[in-house]
Design a protein around this ligand. Structure first.
Ligand code: AKB
Length: 345
């Protein structure tokens, strides 16, 4: 029971119905005894809703909704997944700023207030992205190879700018909030952030990302639909299978704070070109029709993202290591999972 004995201790997941939220709810419901409060702008799928104590439909910008939420639940951890991804954010940059930044600020403030209420730190898990990087040209991208967290932080998208700024907001709340106040007390926010590569799920499709060509290519082949890949065959970025993404969030959440030498970590699993992806998909679906039809502006965004990232600090501080490198990701997760997924439909 919570400290007050009235409100129930809970874990809040925003963007709960999205590609990451889908897998996270499944994992958390199996391993965390606290109630799961799911918040999304649309209704959760019934199967996911059944795993949550509450499924709220609403906007992270709605302060009234957030206040109603904390009147019922004592929030001890937040997985803040809600965001407008990179392509969608380019079409509505001002909305993206409001959702991605002001929404995050609302939740950081909620985490601080909740920590003050129950007297324990509130873990704030935040998915950032390779979109925070901005390599100026392909020659530099090739030379930079596996970039570290402090390298090339020059995002070229609103989404990347939003994510980079929110990383700094999280660090500020964790270490410097109200630093000039007379009463020197920590905010209670325990911000922890992962810079995800392109995520590939066997059961969900992303909406509005620029790395989506990988998921779209595989799912189109499984559905027997032709696919025109919007980046060049040689376009290369890091990727990760969704089970590894969920596991990395759970590992970072469980890591002792004393082990964290930084608050923002690169994680990755494998780096593939679009041509590599196509070859692997054709091997699994020989009849697939996959062509390249460049969407130059979107392809240019992908070209500013690194070919790979250095995940050494995550491996050192909290034992990160991917389960699914490329071969295993395709052979044991993606292809069998996607076939099962569409066979059921
Ligand atoms: C996107 O494409 O916007 C995301 C990302 C790389 O963060 N999938």
């Amino acid at each position: 029971m919570s400290s007050s004995g009235i409100r129930k201790p809970a874990v809040l997941i925003t963007g709960a119905g999205g590609e990451v939220g889908h897998g996270l709810i499944e994992k958390l419901s199996q391993s965390d005894e606290r109630d799961i409060i799911a918040l999304d702008i649309k209704e959760l799928e019934p199967e996911l809703r059944g795993r949550c104590a509450a499924g709220l439909v609403g906007d992270i910008l709605d302060q009234n909704l957030l206040q109603r939420l904390v009147s019922q639940y004592e929030i001890h951890a937040i997985f803040h997944l809600a965001a407008l991804l990179s392509t969608r954010a380019e079409y509505t940059p001002d909305t993206a700023h409001r959702v991605n930044v002001e929404g995050t600020l609302n939740l950081l403030q909620l985490a601080h207030e909740q920590a003050r209420w129950h007297g324990n730190p509130v873990k704030f898990l935040f998915p950032s992205s390779i979109a925070v990087y901005g390599l100026p040209n392909l020659a530099t991208k090739k030379e930079a190879a596996r970039v570290r967290e402090s390298d090339w932080n020059f995002p070229t998208t609103m989404y990347g700018c939003n994510k980079l700024y929110c990383e700094h907001l999280g660090r500020y709340y964790t270490h410097h909030y109200r630093q000039l106040a007379k009463e020197k007390t920590l905010s209670g926010v325990d911000f922890r952030c992962l810079r995800f590569p392109g995520l590939i799920s066997a059961v969900t499709m992303p909406t509005g990302g620029t790395s989506d060509y990988a998921v779209e290519m595989i799912h189109s082949a499984a559905k027997g639909q032709p696919y025109d890949c919007f980046v060049a065959p040689e376009a290369r970025i890091p990727f990760m299978a969704m089970p590894d993404a969920i596991r990395s969030l759970m590992m970072l959440s469980a890591a002792p704070a004393k082990n964290l030498t930084q608050r923002v970590y690169n994680v990755t699993a494998f780096s593939l070109s679009a041509a590599d992806l196509r070859e692997r998909v054709l091997k699994a679906f020989p009849g697939a029709v996959i062509d390249f039809k460049l969407d130059a502006p979107r392809a240019k965004i992908v070209d500013t993202w690194p070919a790979d990232v250095d995940d050494g600090p995550a491996r050192r501080d909290w034992g990160w290591k991917p389960d699914y490198e490329a071969d295993r990701a395709f052979q044991e997760y993606l292809i069998p999972g996607i076939i099962r997924h569409y066979r059921g439909q």
